[in-house]
Design a protein around this ligand. Structure first.
Ligand code: BG6
Length: 489
């Protein structure tokens, strides 16, 4: 899939003093530098609106980089080399004149990468101004999520960008696609005939996708409250995971072949009916509770909150895919803030054997499960049935794992952060880990009907205590179908 080359580029990072740039993007670029994956001529230009001198901002970026990479993991030689590539430019994103210096700094570089870690509302203006100073021909643009808050607003943003940059130079980020184990889904599915022959409604009973976070809203209330968990996590990350599990084998590994298959899945998602809104979907909002043994406030008591908000911080739902492969196989999706642990995991539940010959009381345990752990402890485990050992055990069955734990198996290798992989792929011009316009639109179309249904019903989200696995009705959602969420959770 991704290839490694080290072509030189000018990397222009818009929104360089924001949280994403400081926490993720500079550290990712630093790690690429450390792995010798930045060409010696690659230059990084930090662009931001904040007033103040270049030296002051550069010193701040350097200090934050030290903090996020971590003193003990920082290599001073790489750090110095990295800082030598870095310059700072003050720009008003909306003023074309401010881009002249950027164009001069980019000079005759063959490749410019413009990364927008800014609100999507200014993407169009940045693109227009890049074009005005002659920086559209050899530039790739990278768009961070959220791109809009519904189909209409996302179209507006995409159309504004498309006036200046064609789709094959537009890279829409979903950072889940850069995670090592997410990429491994493609290898697992399409490099092992063992799985692909079983990957359908004849053998699979249902699929669970859980993305749980321990953190609450922290300092992001203003942004999050307008979005909510459906827009923040389901519309992008969870639907992307669903696509990678559900898509048909692509003809090849090219970006368009993979994305064509993903779009088919999104378009095959069954809309949720008005009755389904109560039986198939659960919205929750956390109230005060405990996290790691400490008392923590509820969503409505977080700093800067609006105490009337009915924004959801948890969603569980059942999605159905209308095609031959997945007819009758529910996909249960669950994601929330302030859950007991950080856990992203996919569980494929296989059907029970068609003819059962073992003791009747073991019946419930007998299906195989493929567990794909994205984080933490990245790995894949297949639960298979074996016989208990011992003369006294007769044909007593137990479920045990065939396990591949990535950090044990590839002990020496550091698991790269998703952004390292994604930035490298942009530099290589490889789009298969990025989301195409029609994918985003299909995902919004499905989510918009849910949001509209919620609005119409006016139902408030169900409360759940911080540190729990969500409202009780999220358990009822799956037990109603005679199933339960996997594990001790
Ligand atoms: C982001 C969301 O896209 O993903 C955040 O906006 C969320 O709300 C984050 O916390 C989770 O990412 P990860 O990689 O920590 O699972």
């Amino acid at each position: 899939m991704p290839s490694i080359t080290v072509e030189p580029c000018t990397f222009a990072l818009f929104g360089a003093l924001g949280d994403l740039a400081l926490r993720k993007l500079f550290p990712a670029l630093y790690q690429l530098d450390g792995a010798q994956l930045l060409h010696e001529d690659t230059r990084i230009i930090a662009l931001a609106r904040e007033p103040g001198g270049e030296q002051q901002h550069l010193a701040f970026i350097a200090a934050e980089l030290r903090r996020y990479v971590g003193e003990k993991d920082l290599d001073e030689a790489v750090f110095e080399r990295f800082l030598a590539r870095l310059t700072y430019l003050h720009v008003d994103f909306l003023k074309a004149d401010d881009y002249v210096t950027l164009a001069e700094a980019a000079g005759s570089t063959q490749q410019v990468i413009a990364y927008f870690a800014t609100p999507a509302a200014v993407y169009g203006a940045i693109c227009e101004n890049l074009a005005k100073v002659g920086l559209s021909e050899n530039t790739r643009v990278v768009l961070e999520k959220p791109i809009g808050s519904d189909l209409e607003s996302s179209r507006k943003v995409n159309d504004a960008v498309a006036q200046f940059f064609p789709e094959n130079r537009t890279y829409r980020i979903d950072h889940y696609l850069g995670k090592e184990t997410v990429q491994n889904l493609i290898a697992l599915r399409f490099a092992n005939s063992l799985f692909e022959t079983q990957w359908n409604q004849n053998y699979i009973s249902h699929v669970e996708i859980t993305v749980a976070e321990k953190v609450g809203i922290e300092g992001r209330w203003g942004y999050f409250d307008k979005a909510g968990q459906l827009r923040d996590m389901i519309q992008n990350h969870l639907l992307q995971l669903l696509c990678l599990i559900a898509m048909d084998p692509p003809a090849d590994l090219s970006a368009d072949s993979i994305r064509d298959e993903k779009v088919k899945v999104l378009k095959a998602l069954a809309p949720i009916s008005p009755e389904g809104l109560t039986t198939q979907v659960v919205r929750g909002q956390y109230i005060a509770g405990h996290s790691e043994g400490k008392a923590v406030p509820g969503y409505l008591e977080e700093p800067n909150s609006n105490t009337q908000s009915d924004t959801e911080t948890f969603v569980a739902l059942r999605a159905d895919i209308r095609n031959w492969r997945w007819a009758g196989v529910p996909f249960y999706l669950r994601t929330g803030k302030r859950m007991p642990q950080k856990l992203s995991q996919i569980v494929i539940h296989f059907k029970e054997p068609s003819h059962y010959i073992f003791a009747p009381e073991q019946r419930l345990q007998i299906s195989n499960k493929l567990i794909i752990r994205l984080q933490p402890d990245e790995g894949i485990s297949l639960r298979v049935m074996t016989k208990e050992q011992g003369l006294d055990k007769g044909m007593q069955l137990r479920s045990g794992p065939l396990q591949l734990n990535f950090s044990d198996t590839y002990r020496s290798a550091r698991i790269p952060d998703a952004y390292e992989r994604l930035l490298l792929e942009v530099m290589n011009g490889n789009q298969n880990l990025f989301v195409r316009k029609d994918e985003i639109e299909a995902a919004w179309t499905w989510c918009d009907q849910l949001i509209a249904g919620w609005k119409k019903s006016g139902d408030a989200p169900k409360p759940y205590a911080a540190g729990s696995w969500g409202p009780m009705s999220s358990i009822a959602l799956i037990t109603r179908d005679g199933r339960s969420w996997y594990g001790d959770i």
